[in-house]
Design a protein around this ligand. Structure first.
Ligand code: C2E
Ligand code: MG
Ligand code: MG
Ligand code: MG
Length: 292
């Protein structure tokens, strides 16, 4: 088994390739079956406004528990879905499930301003995507601003006109468009300005090293500055400590997402979290005192 590399060169297959091929075969068909049986579900992670602690939105993250294979991480099954042509089905399922959840929360008096859904690069090559989203919004009676679509930098690498048209058509619906994991790919800041983005999410790898790594801090500071200047909301991922929160707040980061506030949770647990008193940081107390 040899894998085709870029420019038509070949290399000898490694044990890793066999493992990956095995994954595609076994997990690929298990995934198809689970998807059909409705065995995938979404967990939701809160995104919190840095200044006030208010709920800004939640990110929907796929979870798969297979009856025999157990819990399979999204980092693994999303790759399998991409390789086995199932990523669009997963994306469509996520969008629909998120819409259904928004309606349910509205009915139950849980105020979740927006839900963010991750979509893979392949999905954006489909011209039908904007229409599919628009149909879902109509079907569920949801305002477009309640939904955000997260893309990764690999979508931007695709400078095909079709992909760009799809991104603009989604934005024209007034659905949010978020650049996920920013800083990990190869995109340039100038390219960032050419996309109709409403949000930038700075990757966790920068936040992890923030306090001890001058480079991570420089990049984070610059991206927050540029994002704000361009009128985008800047979200930091993977905020785990109060020290990271304090530093990011002082850098004027708008919104934070991470274990410090909450892990991704099943809808029931999110409802419990919603009804509990929120975690209040010292800087938030200041904002609340000023409001009174
Ligand atoms: P992502 O979109 O960047 O999602 C954030 C990931 O960081 C999630 O991992 C989340 O659980 C984790 N995380 C959040 N806060 C913290 C923190 O404070 N510390 C640490 N260590 N981790 C934190 P998860 O759920 O395992 O998902 C991994 C990736 O898989 C996602 O990264 C996303 O790229 C992909 N993914 C998940 N669900 C879907 C999906 O439905 N569709 C697509 N296309 N991709 C998905
Ligand atoms: Mg994401
Ligand atoms: Mg991310
Ligand atoms: Mg990430």
């Amino acid at each position: 088994l040899a894998k085709k590399e870029a420019c038509g060169t070949f290399r000898v297959a490694t044990p890793d390739d066999h493992a990956a091929a095995q994954d595609r075969l076994v997990l690929g068909s298990a995934l198809r079956e689970s998807l059909a049986k409705g065995l995938l579900n979404l967990h939701y992670q809160p995104q919190v406004e840095a200044k006030t602690g208010a709920l800004y939105g939640v990110e929907a993250l796929s979870r798969w528990h297979h009856p025999h294979l157990g819990n399979i991480f999204p980092s693994r099954f999303i790759a399998v879905a991409e390789d086995t042509g199932q990523i669009e089905a997963i994306g469509a399922w996520c969008l629909e499930e998120a819409c259904r959840q928004i309606v349910k929360w509205d009915r139950d008096g849980i105020v979740v301003p927006a839900v963010s859904v991750n979509l893979s690069a392949g999905h954006f090559r489909k011209r039908q995507l904007p229409e599919m989203i628009s149909n879902l919004l109509t079907q569920f009676g949801i305002a477009p601003t309640r939904l955000t679509v997260e893309i990764t930098e690999s979508v931007m690498m695709d400078e095909i006109k079709d992909t760009m048209d799809v991104l603009h058509a989604i934005r024209a619906l007034n659905v949010g468009l978020s650049m996920d994991d920013f800083g990990t790919g190869y995109s340039s800041l100038s390219r960032l300005t050419r996309l109709p983005l409403t949000e930038i999410k700075i990757d966790r790898s920068f936040i992890m090293n923030l306090e001890h790594d001058a480079n991570a801090q420089a990049v984070t500071t610059a991206v927050i500055g540029i994002g704000n200047r361009l009128g985008m909301t800047v979200i930091t991922e993977g905020v785990e400590t109060e020290a990271q929160y304090e530093l990011l707040e002082s850098l004027h980061c708008d919104v934070m997402q991470g274990y410090l506030f909450a892990k991704p949770m099943a809808p029931k647990d999110l409802e419990t979290w919603y009804r509990q008193p929120r975690k209040i940081m010292p800087a938030m107390q200041k904002a609340q005192a000023q409001k009174q």
